[in-house]
Design a protein around this ligand. Structure first.
Ligand code: FE
Ligand code: FE
Ligand code: ZN
Length: 280
């Protein structure tokens, strides 16, 4: 199992990796650029080389990149749609250069145009960006279904994957808080949720997992992350996720509130629980 947290690469990849190692992480996630989508910093190849060497030496798991959350591939506003496609294209290329296998993207929001409109808009955007020779895979994140967000059901994600020219370049990233808020009972019926996903999309499409507790109850459609064990999902259920035979090979990323010291505590909390479970 690889367990890590969302860190910043604003001081470089090697710096971020050292921070990830310092909190006993074995993987990490970072924004491809400022989360609001401003211009990306030029890549420093020396820094990238150092970080990949160090990652290899430490047996670190795959890096996971996250696109700016302001991108909306579903928007009907032409200028914002073009902007989102340009950023996604640039980020995919840049992450390919860095050697990051996965780029997590929020599918988008329909802004009143309806879910089908949004799905088609997202499909068209992905088809204009992805040409089939990318080294980095786009992971559609499961959403809470807040506002007009799409991608909060497996059927919606399936419709998008079915519509693209290169489905082999698309995967899925689960987020425990979002799944729960969207109504998937990962707390008491994890097996059922996984077999539903397997039936609709295929479990092999699942490539990364955001581990967050949820402030709001199941089906609330509200995306508010809680600290590990302090929300409505709870420690036991999160432990079951991390140790599940169908999931435990994945990179697990914490996106909980509190910053680096909280991440350190939560990683050690989860690791201790898993150790206890495995020695039973
Ligand atoms: Fe996200
Ligand atoms: Fe997430
Ligand atoms: Zn969230």
């Amino acid at each position: 199992m690889f367990l890590g947290a969302h860190v910043s690469v604003s001081k470089g990849y090697e710096y971020a990796l050292k921070q990830a190692l310092d909190i006993n992480g074995t993987t990490m996630q970072f924004f491809t650029r400022n989360p609001r989508g401003s211009k990306a910093k030029a890549l420093n190849m020396e820094d990238i080389k150092k970080s990949s060497l160090l990652a290899k030496e430490k047996g670190f798991g795959p890096f996971v990149a996250h696109a700016p959350y302001t991108l909306n591939l579903a928007t009907y506003k032409e200028d914002l749609w073009e902007f989102a496609k340009d950023i996604l294209k640039d980020d995919l290329e840049r992450m390919g250069t860095v050697g990051v296998p996965y780029l997590v993207v929020h599918p988008g929001s329909h802004l009143g145009k309806g879910e089908e409109y949004a799905q088609n808009r997202i499909i068209n955007a992905l088809n204009s960006v992805i040409k089939g020779d990318e080294k980095t895979m786009v992971l559609l994140e499961t959403m809470a279904g807040m506002g007009s967000e799409v991608g909060y059901t497996f059927q919606q994600l399936k419709a998008i994957i079915d519509g693209v020219d290169y489905p082999e370049k698309i995967g899925v990233c689960f987020d425990s808080c979002h799944l729960f808020a969207a109504g998937y009972d990962i707390k008491d019926n994890l097996d059922e949720v996984l077999s539903e996903f397997d039936k609709i999309i295929g479990i092999s499409k699942l490539k990364a997992f955001h581990v967050n507790d949820s402030i709001f109850p199941i089906g609330s459609r509200k995306d508010r992350h809680a600290n590990i064990g302090e929300g409505k999902i709870g420690l036991e259920a999160l432990k079951r996720i991390l140790t599940h035979t169908k999931l435990r090979h994945l990179p697990f990323i914490l996106e909980t509130p509190g910053g680096i010291d909280t991440y350190r505590k939560e990683i050690s909390l989860l690791k201790d629980l898993i150790k206890k479970e495995e020695s039973r």
